[in-house]
Every structure is written in structure tokens, then in C-alpha cells.
Design a protein around this ligand. Structure first.
Ligand SMILES: C[S@@+](CC[C@H](N)C(=O)[O-])C[C@H]1O[C@@H](n2cnc3c(N)ncnc32)[C@H](O)[C@@H]1O
Length: 312
């Protein structure tokens, strides 16, 4: 049971999804199934829950818990980028609600052995999909040029010390390849010591975030999903997204604002010539955040940002 943790912003997610007993709900990032168990628990006999994850290890853990559900459910080892074809395979025209809980699962961080945590000594892999063919985090840190590494750390980690860290990586790997998470974490710590009086985040937090995003093409996947998202719903359908850092949240916010606006004509045009109409409206003007209580109880929720949109 060690990998099952309290789902982030659970009540807020259920409220934002406005779960209907007989509806079709998609948990597009199933993880170990925390949100799914709660969503499925609100569904009646004719409701349907569809869960997707690229990580077979997470799916195994989720399946163990989903067995107890009374509603119908289907689980797919597929990417949410392919949700359109998953819905076709299920014979579903549109969903009543879709949840995306971005970031890592507790299983990946603590139990996958794939180097997601800077506190554990594991091979520096970071592929969420364990059978993915793309480069691992070790491949990136050992092969990218210094300027490419610096750009990656800045772009995906918003790391202000990107130059210093990429230089240290190049120096370290010229002596011995960087193979493990602790090797990387300690070389980052060595060039970015915590200031006196402590610092909330580990110095390698942003480096690890940036590599994970690059290895799993997380921003490309999110953008590809958002491009198609309004088509997945009938009127009143709800999309709920939990993101964990500003790079991701900016993409989600921009998509929701543009769906609400519809028209893409430049602001100085006297009237609309694009003819695009609003397709979804935001459920909340401002993002929802965890309470201090939840943050204290559930540290994984600390940086969570919830946004929701409803199909018009
Ligand atoms: C934060 S966790 C989800 C936790 C889950 N809500 C729970 O309560 O247990 C995010 C999950 O998304 C999965 N994931 C990442 N990229 C994905 C993709 N493109 N398609 C499907 N799942 C993906 C990860 O493997 C991970 O298990």
C-alpha cells in the first residue's frame, strides 16, 4: 500500500468535474488511481470510468484498487495524446469530464527505481513509460552540448543558475559519465549551495524537473492534447487540469483563455474576420490552490494549481 497517497485537491477536483452518476469520465493520467477511485465511487451502474497511463507499473497498482469499484471501468496503457482513438475504441462520442493530473506519481518518485528523486541513488532514467525508446535523462546529461543543457534547464526548469549547473555537468562528465540521480544531485548541490538559514527547495529541484519534462516530452504532449481537447466534450462537459509548475500552468491557462475568447483577430481589427466562436469557458477566473491544511498534510499538493473549463 506504500505507493498510495492522498490524491491532490481531491474535493476540488470532484466539484470541478461536477460528476454525474451516469456520465463518462476520463482519468487521463491514472497514476496509482487515487482520483479515479473517488470519481468511480460517485458513478452509478451506467456510468463509465476510463483510465489512461503510459506507466505499466502505475497501472498495475491502480488496477488493484479499481477492482473494488461498482461502476464500469476500462484501463488503457496509452498516452493521453491518443485519447481520441481511445474514445473511438470505447465507442464513446464525447466525455462528461476529463482529468489531467500532470507531474509524477508517488509510485514513480518513491518506488519506480528510475531516478526521479534527487534523494535516492538510482539509475538516472526518468522515462515515465518504461518501454519508451527515447533518450533517458542520463543520455541527455551525458550527450547534450553545454549551451543545449543550459537552454533545457532555463526553458523547462526556469533555473536561474542554468549556466553554472550546465558547466558543472560538462566538467563532471569529462571525468566520469553521470549515471545516477545522486551523482547529478550532488554535483548540482556543490555549485548551488543552500544559503545560510536554509532554502525551501533542494538545489537540484529545477534541474530534475527540467530533465523529466524533456525526457517525457511533457510540454509537447500537453500542447497536443489541448489542441484537440474541446472536441472530446458535449455541451457542459468539464476539463480539469492539475499542474505543478508555472511552465505547465502557463500553457493550460493560455489554452483556456483562448477557448473562452474564440476570436483570434488582432486587437486593432475593427471587427472579427476570423469567425472563431468561443468553445469552452473557464469554470473559475482564478486557479484553485490547496489550503494550508492540505499542504501540511499532503506535501505533494504544495505547488498544485487547478484550472477547469466547461464546453459551451
Ligand atoms: C501525478 S500522477 C497521477 C496521480 C493520480 N491522479 C493519482 O491520484 O494516483 C501523473 C501520471 O501521469 C502519467 N503520465 C504522464 N504522461 C502521460 C501521458 N502522456 N499519457 C498518459 N499518462 C501520462 C504518469 O505516468 C503518472 O502516472
Amino acid at each position: 500500500m506504500g505507493h498510495y497517497h492522498e490524491p491532490v485537491l481531491l474535493n476540488e477536483v470532484l466539484i470541478a468535474l461536477a460528476v454525474k452518476k451516469e456520465g463518462v469520465y476520463v482519468d487521463a493520467t491514472l497514476g496509482t488511481g487515487g482520483h479515479s477511485v473517488a470519481i468511480g465511487g460517485q458513478l452509478g451502474d451506467n456510468g463509465l470510468l476510463i483510465g489512461l497511463d503510459v506507466d505499466t507499473g502505475a497501472i498495475e497498482l491502480a488496477n488493484e484498487r479499481l477492482k473494488a469499484l461498482k461502476c464500469r471501468y476500462k484501463v488503457f496503457n496509452r498516452s493521453y495524446v491518443e485519447l481520441d482513438s481511445v474514445l473511438v475504441d470505447c465507442g464513446i462520442d464525447c466525455a462528461d469530464g476529463i482529468l489531467l493530473d500532470l507531474g509524477m506519481s508517488s509510485f514513480q518518485l518513491e518506488g519506480s527505481g528510475r531516478g526521479f528523486s534527487f534523494l535516492r541513488d538510482e539509475p538516472l532514467d526518468m522515462r515515465m513509460n518504461p518501454v519508451a525508446k527515447g533518450p533517458s535523462a542520463a543520455d541527455l546529461v551525458n550527450t547534450l552540448r553545454e549551451d543545449e543543457l543550459e537552454d533545457l534547464l532555463r526553458r523547462y526548469g526556469e533555473e536561474r543558475r542554468a549556466k553554472r549547473i550546465s558547466r558543472a555537468i560538462i566538467r563532471a562528465r569529462s571525468k566520469t559519465p553521470i549515471q545516477t540521480s545522486l551523482q547529478l544531485a550532488s554535483l548540482v548541490s556543490a555549485v548551488c549551495p543552500r544559503p545560510k538559514g536554509g532554502m525551501l527547495k533542494h538545489p537540484a529541484t529545477r534541474t530534475f524537473q527540467a530533465l523529466r519534462i524533456a525526457v517525457n516530452r511533457e510540454l509537447e504532449n500537453l500542447q497536443a492534447f489541448l489542441k484537440k481537447a474541446p472536441d472530446f466534450f458535449g455541451p457542459g462537459g468539464r476539463l480539469v487540469i492539475l499542474s505543478y509548475h508555472s511552465v505547465e500552468d502557463r500553457i493550460v491557462k493560455q489554452a483556456m483563455v483562448s477557448w473562452e475568447k474564440g476570436c483570434t483577430c488582432p486587437p486593432d481589427f475593427p471587427r472579427c474576420v476570423c469567425g472563431k466562436r468561443p468553445v469552452m469557458r473557464r469554470v473559475y477566473r482564478r486557479a484553485k490552490r490547496p489550503t494550508e491544511d492540505e499542504k501540511a498534510r499532503n506535501p505533494r499538493s504544495r505547488s498544485a494549481i487547478l484550472r477547469a473549463a466547461e464546453r459551451i
